[in-house]
Design a protein around this ligand. Structure first.
Ligand SMILES: Cc1cc2nc3c(=O)[nH]c(=O)nc-3n(C[C@H](O)[C@H](O)[C@H](O)COP(=O)(O)OP(=O)(O)OC[C@H]3O[C@@H](n4cnc5c(N)ncnc54)[C@H](O)[C@@H]3O)c2cc1C
Length: 298
């Protein structure tokens, strides 16, 4: 039996496992692969040269520690987590079973990608999923945001402070929020509700997009940057039946990363879509320290 099992090999899981090992907790981290959603980088045409730290680079030191101790990691897909008295039974797709006194869920979220011609090819070349990270690269340029929810609205408001013009192409009407009302009044903003992006244009870098407008006509919009802010669904299925989750499936945690089930902790995108690797690194570390406190109390 392990003292702690961490499920997930993204920023939250890797940092949690590294901190747990540092505390000499008997730890096992199970992940399908290292890195989670962090395998991206961004280059833009005539972008100012400045050093960027990629998510992978940031996690490299933590990960090296886990690679070195090869008995602490297991690459597999967890298919079931069963809570029993003071322990968790974890089953994987390859038929292995592990038991942990405590467990950290760091399974991240599944982002909905823009599945149209050009989108995959130009990802990281003007097409971004994180306004927090990349909005600053588009000072004075024309950009587009694709989405209609809170994250799309927040990205639009942030870009409107930096970009020359922002096209918000919402596939559905904007989710009603106080920010949505503010966006409707913004002069810099070209908002179309009911628009569907059908193609991303550009050779080496994004140069525009094609969208089908509510009247059925196709329109070409020249932009240097596209921010995809479609749904991001938390991977909470393993615990959803017995742990409190919000209406969108995020595992609900307190400020110490404790869930509603004693001994079960959660960190990262599965609890809150902050979309910032740095935030999730801290989150994973806090979850590991809380799990440690829990073990000390046993
Ligand atoms: C395309 C894209 C671009 C992004 N750009 C940026 C950016 O520029 N800057 C930034 O700060 N953030 C960016 N983000 C967001 C950032 O990558 C995420 O917020 C962060 O990776 C979340 O970390 P996490 O550890 O919670 O989950 P994830 O990174 O999603 O990792 C989850 C891990 O859990 C594993 N897992 C899930 N289910 C199971 C299971 N059943 N069994 C075993 N393992 C499982 C997965 O394999 C993975 O290893 C981007 C995200 C995407 C998708």
């Amino acid at each position: 039996m392990y003292e702690l099992i961490v499920v997930g090999g993204g920023p939250a899981g890797i940092s949690a496992a590294a901190m747990a090992l540092n505390q000499r907790i008997e730890t096992l981290i199970i992940a399908e692969q290292w890195g989670g959603q962090t395998t991206y980088e961004m280059q833009i045409e005539d972008g100012e040269s400045r050093e960027c730290i990629s998510g992978e680079t940031l996690l490299e030191n933590f990960r090296r520690q886990l690679d070195y101790l090869d008995f602490v990691h297991h690459f597999d897909r967890v298919v079931r987590v069963t809570p029993e008295e003071n322990r968790f039974v974890v089953d994987t797709v390859s038929g292995d079973r592990f038991i942990g006194q405590t467990l950290i869920m760091a399974t991240g979220a599944k982002p909905e990608r823009l599945d149209v011609p050009g989108a995959r090819r130009l990802e990281g070349r003007g097409l971004s999923h994180s306004a927090t990270t990349h909005a600053g690269l588009f000072l004075g340029k024309d950009v587009a945001v694709v989405g209609n929810g809170r994250r799309a609205q927040w990205a639009t408001a942030s870009l409107a402070r930096k970009a020359h013009r922002v096209h918000l192409l919402a596939p559905e009407p904007l989710v009603p929020t106080p920010l949505a009302e503010k966006l409707r009044r913004m002069e810099k903003l070209d908002l179309v509700e009911g628009a569907t992006v059908t193609e991303v244009l550009g050779e080496q870098f994004v140069s525009g997009l094609v969208a089908r407008m509510p009247d059925g006509a196709e329109r070409e919009i020249p932009v240097k940057g596209i921010f995809v802010k479609l749904a991001r669904v938390p991977n909470c299925d393993l615990v959803r039946d017995w742990v409190d989750c919000d209406s969108r499936g995020h595992i609900i945690i307190d400020q110490y990363n404790e869930t509603s089930w004693p001994g079960l902790f959660a960190a990262g995108d599965v609890t809150l879509v902050s979309e910032q690797v740095l935030v999730h690194v801290g989150d994973g570390i806090r979850a590991a320290l809380t799990a440690y406190h829990h073990l000390l109390m046993q």
